[in-house]
Design a protein around this ligand. Structure first.
Ligand code: B12
Ligand code: SF4
Length: 490
């Protein structure tokens, strides 16, 4: 197989088509899906999980790919850009950017080190790109791509969203597990049942994607139940599996689908699993069936106990009573409650954080994840915050990405959020936390990161305790195997 010269320094002979770079801690599911689809269509690719430019450049020299592809969100985009500059200057290879951030801001094509930007879903687009390159035909009008050629930028329209997700092969996890063998031995592995979401919360990506890619009717899509079950069985056979975490935005959207899923999952898989519903999707009949099939913990987002903020700012429409009813239904079905709370929402005051603490004290979820809102560029909440003049540029030291906007918060506000778990367990601590935090300059610390670490490690501790409780031997075994393979890299 001889490839064309494609404006790089290489003429590729029997080599790789694309080398993908994923510099994040958590693997990009999107890349794993593109890699699988490329393989299915006869194209070769590899995903490397690396941050070091030296390593990446050596991989390029060894594999001589046609393209290098980066997958990035807004937070890791600056790092990907720096890497792309180094790669470009030392190899001259063609570089593609794709993922959440390039999809919402394709103007990054103006960067000299970026040759192609993929907007939206990448599977069909990448296959078309490689097909055309190999045939030697022009690539400048491929849907879903912005392409730079001879100094001119071709801004093509969007590609339609995939209608039938079942045409996609299962995610290709092999490069990830090769690089991190201990991850293959983790007790619970991630799966997904579809793409998109039926809601438009202002702090989440979906309202932007919906505006950009489609009309409402085709945005939320699901795999067939059989596809999901087969994916699970495939992973179980290949790498082993003890429990499942469904990473979907809204697992609970389609009741008919869930009924079929509950039956087949119980029959063919029967492993404990964790999933997330939106509050209004919680209903007793569905939960009963899901519980019988293996559902052990269900996530429901509260975000704030303030109906005014929830509806008016976050665009989430349910009442506190709806939420309490949902929690009650989950508990009655012997399922654990996992919930999410947001801090630093525009217009939110310290007194409202205290009310959130007291509300959560009533709810007593098994797991509580609390985060500060990240005001991502273009998101509706960010536009609202700018209009209301509530946001300022974060200090350079604490920016998650250049120019990040934040809502300025007082010390005692931040203190209450950092001690949110403690205070919601023992509200009597509230005055003490307020007093202590008023005298510590918390706003000069990286409190977003600190709160992220607190919530992440508390979550890990709870989930570890939980898996131990339901499967002492299985979880213990997977923990030992994981530790051994982490140490010896086997
Ligand atoms: C599941 C999920 C996670 C999982 C797994 C993440 C992962 N890396 O896949 C976990 C829980 C680990 C996670 C963590 C985080 N997440 Co998250 N996550 C999601 C969620 C809900 C779904 C992602 C997904 O699986 N999509 C389905 C796949 C198929 O789509 P995709 O990844 O976009 O990939 C397609 C295209 O983008 C494109 N594509 C992607 N990469 C490339 C590369 C090339 C070269 C090409 C050509 C195309 C291409 O093709 C793919 C296939 O069609 C999204 C919301 C959403 N729906 O996007 C948020 C989301 C991506 N997460 C977000 C954030 C902020 C985070 C965290 C930073 C949170 C935190 N504070 O820790 C971390 C970052 C971790 C990391 N470094 O990746 C934000 C990103 C916002 C932004 N502007 O960047 C989102 C959009 C949620 C939101 N707030 O709206 N996340
Ligand atoms: S329901 Fe969840 S996934 Fe859907 S838009 Fe709201 S926050 Fe995003």
């Amino acid at each position: 197989m001889v490839y064309l010269l494609n404006k790089t320094k290489y003429i590729n002979l029997d080599t790789m088509d694309i080398l993908f770079i994923d510099p994040s801690e958590e693997p990009s599911v999107g890349l794993m899906s593109i890699q699988a689809y490329l393989k299915k269509n006869g194209y070769s690719s590899k995903i490397i999980y690396e941050k070091s430019p030296g390593f990446i450049i050596q991989e390029i020299i060894d594999n001589k790919p046609l393209y290098v592809g980066f997958s990035c969100n807004t937070i890791n985009y600056p790092h990907c850009l720096t890497l792309s500059k180094k790669i470009k200057s030392s190899t001259g290879i063609q570089i593609i950017f794709g993922g959440v951030h390039p999809s919402i801001d394709p103007s990054i094509i103006d960067e000299a080190s970026i040759d192609v930007v993929c907007i939206g879903e990448g599977e069909l687009t990448m296959v078309e790109l490689l097909e055309r390159v190999k045939k030697g035909s022009s690539i400048i009008d491929i849907k879903g791509l912005w392409i730079k050629e001879d100094g001119k930028i071709h801004r093509n329209g969007q590609r339609e969203l995939l209608e039938n997700l079942d045409i996609l092969p299962f995610w290709d996890r092999s490069d990830y597990y090769k690089k991190f063998p201990y991850k293959a031995r983790e007790y619970s592995k991630n799966f997904s049942i579809g793409r998109g979401c039926n809601y438009n919360c202002s702090f989440c990506i979906h309202h932007l994607f919906r505006e950009k890619f489609c009309n409402d009717s085709n945005y939320f899509r699901q795999h067939s139940v059989d596809y999901v079950i087969e994916h699970i069985l495939y992973v179980k056979e290949k790498w082993g599996l003890n429990a499942i975490t469904f990473r979907d935005d809204t697992f609970g959207s389609n009741k008919e689908w869930l009924n079929e899923f509950a039956q087949k999952y119980k029959k063919y898989v029967k492993l404990p699993y964790v999933a997330g519903f939106s509050v209004k999707e919680v209903d007793v009949n569905t939960l009963r069936k899901l519980r019988q099939s293996g559902l052990v913990m269900l996530g429901v987002g509260l975000e704030t106990s303030h109906e005014r903020i929830r509806a008016g700012i976050l665009n989430k429409h349910f009442t506190n009573n709806d939420y309490l009813r949902a929690v009650d239904t989950i508990r009655k079905n012997d399922i654990l409650v996992w919930t999410f709370v947001l801090h630093g929402i525009i217009t939110q005051k310290k007194e409202e954080i205290i009310e959130d603490i007291l509300f959560l004290n009533k709810v007593k979820p098994f797991v509580l994840n609390n985060f500060f809102v990240i005001y991502f560029p273009f998101f509706h909440i960010t536009r609202l915050g700018i209009d209301k003049k509530e946001l300022v540029v974060a200090s350079t030291k604490h920016q998650l990405y250049p120019g990040q906007l934040i809502k300025p918060l007082s010390n005692d506000f931040i203190g209450l959020c950092l001690a949110f778990h403690l205070c919601s367990r023992w509200p009597v601590l509230i005055p003490l936390v307020e007093k202590i935090s008023a005298i510590i300059p918390l706003e000069s610390l990286d409190y977003v990161f600190i709160s992220y670490l607190v919530t992440k490690y508390l979550f890990l501790a709870k989930i570890t305790y939980f898996w131990f409780k339901i499967d002492f031997i299985g979880y213990g075994r997977s923990l030992v195997l994981k530790s051994i393979s982490r140490v010896f890299r086997v």
